[in-house]
Write a protein that binds this ligand. Structure first.
Ligand SMILES: NC(=O)c1ccc[n+]([C@@H]2O[C@H](COP(=O)([O-])OP(=O)(O)OC[C@H]3O[C@@H](n4cnc5c(N)ncnc54)[C@H](OP(=O)(O)O)[C@@H]3O)[C@@H](O)[C@H]2O)c1
Length: 245
């Protein structure tokens, strides 16, 4: 039996891209998946499809920028399945632009979703995992957590922060709770649709031509969950073979 079978896995940002692909893969491997995002119509369709296929899934609307919402999401998972084994803090946005464009609301949104969203997931899940004396956080960073490029300063800053927070958490809670950072390179998803800046969009179109399927990242998530409890896969970078970045 795999170490995924029977685990309760909560995924934020499960309405598209990497979150959706992870939900599909983990449910097919026997996990109970609890899916959150704002577009509940998509979650409803996905959950119905998984349950009809004999798998185990539930959903709840969640806006990760709201702490109470994230707490209610985790509480819902516990009510539904009795525990939470893994929280995949995956929700993210990437409205790229040069700093001189002063798209300050977009900077705030990236900070709120990409950093605060992860912190809210930790705040909601950590006391529970400590009570359970086991659990795993899988925080989705990016290759932008390792290097910076023009138009991506704020996005990269948020992903550097995800790595810093994750490493701090890992050092503090090691023993019972595993902490994993998975950093995708360019991957097929809807992420680039949040770019409002024409320059940023054009650059991304070129950059995304070599994108790998979202399932490639889902497999990395499954690998990290599947390890025995005393093995913590702390960091993985998964990128297109053709990528120079
Ligand atoms: N694709 C790539 O090339 C790539 C590369 C590196 C890192 N990543 C990271 O991978 C993660 C997943 O992104 P993706 O590529 O799969 O893009 P995506 O298809 O755009 O998915 C992003 C998900 O985040 C959710 N989301 C956005 N704001 C939210 C909020 N306030 N509250 C709750 N959910 C929210 C979206 O759902 P709703 O809109 O329905 O709420 C959606 O399900 C992100 O953290 C991203 O930074 C992606």
């Amino acid at each position: 039996m795999s170490n995924i079978q029977g685990k309760v896995v909560v995924i934020t940002g499960a309405s598209s891209g990497i979150g959706e692909a992870s939900a599909r893969l983990l449910a097919s491997q026997g996990a109970h998946v609890v899916l959150g995002a704002r577009r509940v119509d998509r979650l409803e369709t996905l959950v119905a499809e998984l349950n009809e296929a004999g798998q185990s899934a539930a959903f709840r609307a969640v806006d990760v920028t709201r702490r109470d919402d994230v707490q209610a999401f985790i509480d819902f998972a516990v009510e539904r399945f009795g525990r939470v084994d893994v929280i995949v803090n995956n929700a993210g946005v990437m409205p790229l632009s040069k700093l001189e464009a002063l798209k300050i609301e977009e900077w705030d949104r990236m900070i709120d979703v990409n950093i605060r969203g992860v912190l809210h997931g930790i705040a909601a899940g950590l006391p529970l995992m400590q009570r359970q004396r086991c659990g795993q956080f899988i925080n989705i960073a990016s290759i932008g957590a390792y290097t910076v490029s023009p138009t991506a300063a704020v996005y990269c800053a948020t992903k550097f922060a995800v790595r810093a927070i994750s490493e701090g958490l890992r050092q503090e809670v090691g023993g019972d709770v595993r902490v994993t950072v998975i950093s995708p390179g360019v991957t097929e998803s809807e992420l680039a649709e949040s770019i409002s800046d024409a320059g940023g969009r054009a650059e991304m179109r070129e950059f995304r031509k070599i994108a790998i399927p979202a399932e490639a990242i889902a497999r990395a998530i499954a690998y990290a969950i599947d390890q025995p409890a005393d093995v913590d896969v702390s960091e993985l970078i998964v990128r297109p073979t053709a990528s120079p970045f």
